[in-house]
Design a protein around this ligand. Structure first.
Ligand code: XBP
Ligand code: MG
Length: 235
């Protein structure tokens, strides 16, 4: 029997768009500006992505990966992260990022079918806003019924809080939703909220373990989507 899908819940970083290289560039830019002697290369950043949220990532780096000594106090972490967010947003507004192939079509078709669309992301509303405006020329609130962002919860992914906040606000049974994710932390978060999840790994997550996923895709392009989702989008 065809699954009746009422809502699609999108992760942002790595799912809507391959954003992490731009986040990394922004972090490194600020470290250099502030004369902090850190440089996060691809390999190191991959490890740091085990922690979601930019500020949490800086803390994890200084407490665990780096010397184990805190170089930056809380206030300085806040300052670095604020500047990083400003830079990141200025680049996103210039149109540097593209949506991942297939994403625009899913969103456009789902809108036509009057499915409920929502967002669940560890990043900030500010970052979501710039990406959506640059990609759709629309306010995110016009496309998405509810936008669950890292600033609204105390526990980001892999905890279920961001997804549970979406479910509470859209009032849809998780079995009638699909979460779309790109990473193991994201998958653990959506599954902890009992939401069937489609994973299409992003650049940094190609070799992650996605055994709990309901579907693992090579691409978000229409032809690669699970039949249940294709049927709901087109019938
Ligand atoms: C991924 C993240 C984010 C970004 C940085 O979020 O962990 O932390 O790397 O974001 P998701 P901030 O996949 O849930 O969208 O620096 O704004 O915290
Ligand atoms: Mg992600």
């Amino acid at each position: 029997m065809k699954k009746n899908i009422r809502a699609l819940i999108f992760d942002v970083d790595g799912t809507l768009s391959e954003t992490e290289e731009l986040h990394r560039k922004a972090f490194n830019f600020v470290f250099e500006e502030e004369k902090i002697e850190w440089y996060w290369d691809f390999k190191l950043y991959k490890k740091l992505l085990n922690v979601s949220g930019g500020k949490e990532r800086i803390d994890y780096f200084q407490e665990t990966v780096s010397t184990g000594k805190k170089v930056l106090a809380r206030k300085e972490v806040e300052k670095v992260h604020q500047r990083k967010t400003l830079l990141y947003n200025s680049w996103v507004k210039e149109g540097i990022l593209e949506l991942r192939p297939g994403i625009k079509k899913i969103i456009t078709m789902a809108k036509k079918k009057k499915l409920i669309l929502a967002i669940s992301t560890s990043t900030s509303f500010e970052n979501v806003n710039s990406l959506i405006r640059a990609s759709f020329e629309e306010k995110p609130e016009k496309l998405f019924h509810f936008i669950s962002t890292g600033d609204l919860v105390s526990k980001k992914k892999p905890y279920p809080d961001l997804y549970e906040l979406v479910l509470k606000n859209i009032s849809v049974d998780p079995n009638h939703c699909f979460a779309l994710e790109d990473s193991r932390l994201g998958l653990l978060s959506s599954k902890a909220a009992k939401i069937p999840t489609i994973v299409c790994p992003s650049l940094y997550n190609l070799d992650d373990n996605f055994s709990e996923a309901d579907y693992i895709l090579e691409s978000f392009r229409f032809d690669y989507l699970p039949k249940d989702l294709r049927d709901n989008l087109s019938s």
